[in-house]
Every structure is written in structure tokens, then in C-alpha cells.
Design a binder for this molecule. Structure first.
Ligand code: IMP
Length: 429
């Protein structure tokens, strides 16, 4: 395993956590590069369930190094809670490097995320995004406006305090003026953040140097994607119903300082159906009883927010688009077992737009709600796939399903996820 990336190819929640955990067996360093605690990765080790929000899944393998890259935004108290929670469960987090250039989610980011969602809900011209309300968008906005705080700023208490006062002048004007809520106390924010900083700074370092030193030493690096390609701020489907970072393979290099040509393999995680949490276009969404069954069997409720996810049939148009944007070398098809009891399984193989067949994803967002998916129906495998292991002969209908997906996308399927446990992963030859 040289330098490997794992990206979500859909709207997140593809089961990346388990895939990363599986591939991490062969990695020396596991890296997260974008997003923040809007991500929620669930990993089941033996009978124990771990939910990680900021931390790379590599932390569950204490002998491996984990890196949080500068492309991430961090909520310091939640991050410390995660680190300390794992330590309390007997998993020491002593091999973690947090980039000192990662940005901080501030209390006003959290507040404004929620308040702005409410304001948009009431507006005729906008409509809410359905964010996780973790302050992600506002934190990335400040980063780009060059008024954000980075982890390294916590090392200079006086300057940090001054800058928090300055930031609060602006944010409090917004909170009291536009949103009509109480202002925040900059002194309390500074006290709380500096206290968290005194613990967090123990983990910070030069993530770029650590990563490149690892590569020079021939270490095997695994990049752990969060969210999914279709939520990418530039390439997602569709603006503005997106997250504020780059959950694509290019984002992994930007968010960590790795040159693009250093990525050797790019695994795209594809759920055997598709889900979306939050608002936005969703051509293959299922609105009937089948959707409820998939949601319940697949436990399609947000790890970070508990919200029920919208579910739909696998969409090959979107998957081909994702494969192109990410340069996928491999597909990991997950949650295959959730479809075990279906006599018929659909896949969208094309779209109809204004009565005409199209074989591309329209880039004009106003056309997306007009799309009608064209489906191909496959016989279900009606077999308990949760017992399958590497080397087993797969049921014929499942083979047909897999071959069809892989041929249509032009990317081989290397791994199948057939359950929540670490060992429920089938390697295909
Ligand atoms: P934000 O990232 O909290 O700003 O939310 C923007 C959109 O991205 C919303 O539709 C969220 O539901 C979605 N989103 C953010 N993170 C995740 C994730 O990890 N999985 C699935 N959807 C996500």
C-alpha cells in the first residue's frame, strides 16, 4: 500500500469509516485533510462501537501515526472530548499530530450557522441548506476572509485575546443587529479557548513536514475522506446545498500539503444505494415504503446529528461523474447486505430531461429538479451476504450487479462491505 486515498463518491455516509479502518491495517500514517466535526465516522471493532468526528480512524490503531491537516476546522472542546474519551476507553491517543495551521471553530461560528439557517428558512429567496450546525460554513468563511483563528494562535495568549476582542466587535454587531440575540463575551471566549489550547497544543506540530518525512522514509500513508464528492463546494450537486470544503481527492492534497502526483491509489467508497442528509437535489430519491425499509435496515440516521437520511437507488450518472472528478482507481461497494432481502434492485443508468435522454449530469442547477432517472432493474441475490468472506463464490445475481456497476463506471470493484464489523469486508481478486 503506497499512498492511498479513500473518498466518498456520494453525499457522504457511504461507510468510509469502516473502509478506512480496514485499509489502515496496512498503513503507517492515517491523515484527515478537510471538513471538521460535521463528519461522523462509525467504526465497530470486535463488539465495540466507536464514533469519531474530528479524529482520523487511525487513532483506533494506537501504534500508527494520525495527522489532522491544515485543511480542517476544529472545535477544540469537542476534539479534546474525543481524545480524552478514547483514552478513558483504553485507547491512548499519543501518536496524533494536529497541524498548527488548522483553523478553529469559534462560538460565534456555531451560533451563526444555526441562526443563518433559521433566517434562510424564513426567506423566500434562499431556503435552508440543512447544515449540521457545527459552525463549519462560518469557520471556512472566516478562513477565506483571512480573519479566522488557527491552532497556533493559541500559543500567544495576549495576541489571541486581543484578536478575539476585535473579532467579537464584528460578530456581536451581527448577532445583536441582524439576528437579534445577545452578544458574546470576548473575555470568556479567550479564557475558554486558551484553557483548551493548553491541552491541545500538546498535539500540534508541523503536519506537512511529518507527512513528507513519512513519505521519504517509505511509510504507507492513508488519506481518510470525510463527507462526499457530491457535497464539494465547487463540484458538488448542487450549490448552495453543499459543505464548505473539498471532499474530493484534490482536496486531500490541498488540505495536507501533499503534491497531487504523490497519490498512488484512490478508492471511491460507493454505497450500494445512495443517501443524502440535508436539503438539495436528489434524482433517485425513494419516497415510498421501500425507502423506509432501506433507511431502517441501513440505520440511515446521521452519526453527527441523528437526522434521518433521505435514501434512493444507486445513480450511475452521479457515480461516473464522481469517478471522473476524483480519478478513482478502485471502488469499494459498501452496505451490500442492506439489499439482501430485496427481490428487485434498481440502478439509475441515465436521465431524461424534458422528454430527452441525456447521458451527463446537467451543470445548470435549475435543470436538476426536472431530471427523471431511467432505471435498470436487477434481480436481487436474496442471500445473507453478511457471512461472506474473501475467496467465497459470490451469488450469481450479486456478481451481475457488481460487474454492471464496474463496467459502467470503468473502475474495478476491489472491496465489498457486507456488515458493520471490521472483518465483514470481502476482497475481490
Ligand atoms: P455543513 O457541512 O454542516 O455546513 O452542512 C452542509 C451540508 O453537508 C448539509 O447537507 C449536511 O447535511 C451535509 N454534510 C456535512 N457533513 C456531512 C457528513 O459527514 N455526512 C453527510 N452529510 C454531511
Amino acid at each position: 500500500m503506497p499512498t492511498t486515498a479513500v473518498v466518498g463518491t456520494q453525499w457522504g455516509d457511504e461507510g468510509k469509516g469502516k473502509v478506512v479502518d480496514f485499509l489502515a491495517r496496512d498503513a503507517d500514517i492515517v491523515v484527515r485533510s478537510q471538513g471538521g466535526n460535521n463528519a461522523g465516522h462509525t467504526v465497530t471493532v470486535e463488539e465495540e462501537v466507536f464514533r469519531l468526528y474530528h479524529l482520523p480512524c487511525g487513532v483506533l490503531h494506537p501504534e500508527k501515526k494520525s495527522i489532522i491537516g491544515s485543511g480542517m476546522v476544529l472545535e477544540p472542546f469537542k476534539l479534546l472530548e474525543e481524545i480524552e474519551g478514547l483514552t478513558a476507553r483504553g485507547i491512548p491517543v499519543n501518536n496524533l499530530i494536529i497541524s498548527h495551521h488548522a483553523h478553529l471553530i469559534m462560538p460565534y461560528h456555531l451560533l451563526i450557522d444555526g441562526l443563518e439557517e433559521e433566517r434562510r428558512t424564513k426567506s423566500d429567496s434562499r431556503g435552508k441548506i440543512g447544515t449540521t450546525k457545527r459552525g463549519i460554513g462560518p469557520a471556512f468563511s472566516d478562513k477565506m476572509a483571512r480573519s479566522g483563528f488557527r491552532v497556533c494562535d493559541l500559543a500567544s495568549p495576549e495576541q489571541f485575546r486581543d484578536r478575539v476582542r476585535y473579532a467579537c466587535d464584528e460578530k456581536n454587531a451581527l448577532l445583536t443587529g441582524l439576528y437579534k440575540v445577545d452578544p458574546l463575551d470576548p473575555e470568556k471566549i479567550a479564557d475558554d479557548y486558551l484553557e483548551a489550547g493548553s491541552r491541545l497544543l500538546n498535539y500540534t506540530g508541523d503536519a506537512v513536514a511529518t507527512l513528507h518525512q513519512g513519505i521519504d522514509e517509505g511509510k504507507r500513508i492513508l488519506f481518510e475522506g470525510a463527507q462526499g464528492t457530491l457535497l464539494d463546494i465547487d463540484y458538488g450537486i448542487a450549490y448552495p446545498f453543499l459543505t464548505s470544503s473539498h471532499p474530493v481527492s484534490g482536496g486531500m492534497t490541498l488540505g495536507t500539503g501533499l503534491a497531487p502526483n504523490r497519490l498512488d491509489r484512490i478508492f471511491g467508497v460507493v454505497k450500494a444505494y445512495i443517501s443524502r442528509v440535508g436539503e438539495g437535489p436528489f434524482p433517485t430519491e425513494i419516497h415510498d415504503e421501500i425507502g423506509t425499509v432501506i433507511r431502517d435496515h441501513g440505520q440511515e440516521y446521521g452519526t453527527a446529528t441523528g437526522r434521518p437520511r433521505r435514501v434512493g437507488w444507486l445513480d450511475l450518472m452521479l457515480l461516473r461523474y464522481s469517478a471522473m472528478i476524483n480519478g478513482l482507481t478502485d471502488i469499494v461497494l459498501t452496505k451490500v447486505d442492506i439489499l439482501d432481502e430485496f427481490a428487485e434492485i434498481k440502478i439509475a443508468v441515465g436521465y431524461e430531461l424534458n422528454g430527452e435522454r441525456v447521458d451527463y449530469v446537467p451543470r445548470d442547477p435549475s435543470l436538476l429538479p426536472l431530471i427523471k432517472p431511467v432505471y435498470e432493474t436487477f434481480p436481487g441475490w436474496l442471500t445473507d451476504t453478511t457471512k461472506l468472506s474473501t475467496g467465497d463464490v459470490l451469488p450469481e445475481p450479486l456478481m451481475k450487479f457488481l460487474n454492471f456497476i464496474s463496467r459502467s463506471v470503468g473502475v474495478p470493484i476491489s472491496l465489498l462491505g457486507v456488515g458493520t464489523r471490521r472483518k465483514q469486508m470481502v476482497e475481490l481478486g
